[in-house]
Design a protein around this ligand. Sequence first.
Ligand SMILES: CC(=O)N[C@H]1[C@@H](O[C@@H]2[C@H](O)[C@H](O)[C@@H](O)[C@H](O)[C@H]2O)O[C@H](CO)[C@@H](O)[C@@H]1O
Ligand code: ZN
Length: 271
Amino acid sequence: MLLVHAHPDDESLWTGGTIARYAASGVHVTVVTCTLGEEGEIIPPALRELAADAADQLGGYRVAELRSACAALGVTDHRFLGGIGRWRDSGMAGVAANDHPRAFIRGSVDEQAEELAAIIASVKPQVVVTYDENGGYGHPDHIRAHDITVAAAGAVDDVERVFYAVTSRDATAAGVAALADLPDLPWRLPLDGELPVVEDSAITTVVDVSDHLVAKMRALRAHSTQVSVLPDGSAYALSNGIAQPVVQAEYYVLARGSAEGAEEDLFGGLD
Ligand SMILES: CC(=O)N[C@H]1[C@@H](O[C@@H]2[C@H](O)[C@H](O)[C@@H](O)[C@H](O)[C@H]2O)O[C@H](CO)[C@@H](O)[C@@H]1O
Ligand SMILES: [Zn+2]
């Protein structure tokens, strides 16, 4: 399988349990990351001077975080799209970094899709995973990752399935309700509708990752500039300080390929 993610941390946040599960079962997992995450906010105060508006060294630092996260998940094949540093984190929609000359979203969609198609043609994955057309939550780099993945996977016949990683409304609601019972939660609870979710009726594939949450939490802890994790691994928060639940499954929408056998396994029903 090959997964296309926008920033270092997304592979663990969106698909960390899935990666750990399939890597542990012997599947060859390739993770492609499109930027170095240079424009990220920084949680640990001691690292704040690495930020883009200071030393501008966060990208290099997040490369090391990503290497550690990949080790925790069992990923041995990681690629940066276009080579390390080729495209820069564009920042959230509307910020000045969107106009940086190397911003991912300012790059050529065709060039980026060709770069990705070359990796897909070389790796020959049966299954490709990325975000939905809204990038999961509207981040411009995530939307661009979706766009180039759909284009690149469409250009390579060997790809049997394309999935979008999504978050389940029902699982998120149940998880947030459980967070409300946790004592001394160091973050605020999300407001209704604040976390990006999709209706469960749209979800085609539910991958049970309950046996791989230790690896997923280890990977999230590796991304310490971006993610804080409770000591017991029951919740985490990004730099926005909004508590997010750790759920027992990861959710996907089949965008292309046979749905037969795909209810609980990205490879279900495939040879
Ligand atoms: C999960 C993800 O895609 N993170 C991105 C995102 O980071 C968020 C952003 O800084 C937002 O302003 C914060 O409120 C939120 O807490 C962050 O997770 O965008 C960053 C800039 O493009 C990117 O580096 C980070 O990986
Ligand atoms: Zn991201």
